[in-house]
Design a binder for this molecule. Structure first.
Ligand code: GLU
Length: 304
């Protein structure tokens, strides 16, 4: 497969379409970005790397960081994790409160915001220096030393994060948050503020294409079965109430953030990261979705 030629072709086609999306505006700092930015980077498990456009420019990965948080919590707690958070698609928006009331504060899955509050709480209970240890875990997935939290983005979200404050306190009322909600929220806003570029993002996700082992130093992060389960969760829940649409059109496990990033995993083949900050009405990158649909269609590689 000539990924380089394919990515170039699809990139230039999608770059020129009308972008019907809009920048996320509910976190003020997310608007301070060039809305025309568009980058793509692929990393394969046989060590081919290729990127185009703004693929070396850092952006706010937002909810994509939930996959790193889940991976670390899963490696610590194993299957006991699923007593605190379920594995069903929610069919609701990423920040919805409605299911929690009838489901006793057990979030539907780890990728909606409610689920990541519980995952953050687990990390707080199990890490000595939660923010530092989490960042070191992320960096260690691909020896990416240049990755940082953005204080600017975290503070901007903290100032307006009323729904997240409500979600975390609501779950606490059901007893499914053990630490102080203010500490959980501080950790959550920081994890969402992680910044990286498409090259870093695709490389950091390679362990999920490689049976749970990092590619560079063959370090085991998760068991093979755990890596498969995280991919299954990304396939069914990675795009909130657009997860079915993504599975239907792109047919790969993936995850997306309101900063306009999307990462997709083709197990045993490659990871691909796309960034274009204007979002469709479901909160997923408009051009990112269109690029990946075209890319997986043209490549004719499929997990199905
Ligand atoms: N920090 C964002 C929030 O909690 C993450 C949402 C997303 O990227 O989908 O609203």
């Amino acid at each position: 497969m000539n990924f380089e030629e394919l990515i170039q072709n699809v990139y230039h086609k999608i770059k020129n379409i009308d972008d019907e999306g809009n920048l996320a505006s509910y976190i003020p700092e997310l608007k301070n970005v060039d809305s025309e930015s568009f980058g793509v980077h692929i990393s394969t498990i046989d060590n081919f790397n290729f990127g185009v456009g703004n693929c070396y420019e850092k952006f706010s990965i937002q909810s994509i960081a939930k996959v790193f948080a889940l991976s670390l919590a899963y490696s610590i707690l194993g299957e006991k994790l699923w007593e605190r958070v379920k594995v069903e698609p929610s069919g609701t928006a990423f920040n919805s409160l409605i299911q929690l009331e009838v489901e006793n504060g057990i979030p539907r899955n780890p990728f909606i915001n409610a689920g990541t509050h519980v995952v953050s709480d687990i990390l707080l209970s199990n890490l000595n220096n939660p923010k530092e240890d989490f960042l070191n875990f992320v960096k260690s997935l691909s020896n990416c030393s240049e990755i940082c939290y953005s204080n600017r983005i975290a503070t901007s979200e903290k100032n307006v994060g009323y729904r997240n404050v409500a979600l975390c306190n609501f779950i606490k009322a059901f007893g499914n948050i053990k630490n102080k909600p203010s500490d959980v929220l501080d950790f959550y806003f920081n994890l969402c503020s992680l910044e990286m570029n498409c090259e870093e993002l695709s490389k950091l996700f390679l362990f999920l294409a490689n049976d749970g082992f990092t590619l560079e130093d063959n370090k085991q992060i998760l068991s093979k079965s755990q890596a498969k389960r995280i991919n299954a969760l990304m396939q069914t829940c990675g795009f909130y109430d657009e997860s079915g649409e993504f599975a239907f059109k792109v047919r790969l496990p993936g995850n997306s953030g309101v900063g306009g990033g999307i990462v997709a995993v083709h197990p045993k083949q490659y990871t691909i990261a796309v960034w274009s900050p204007k979002l469709n009405e479901k909160g997923n990158s408009y051009k990112g979705m269109r690029f990946l649909e075209e890319f997986t269609t043209k490549s004719e590689l499929s997990i199905f």
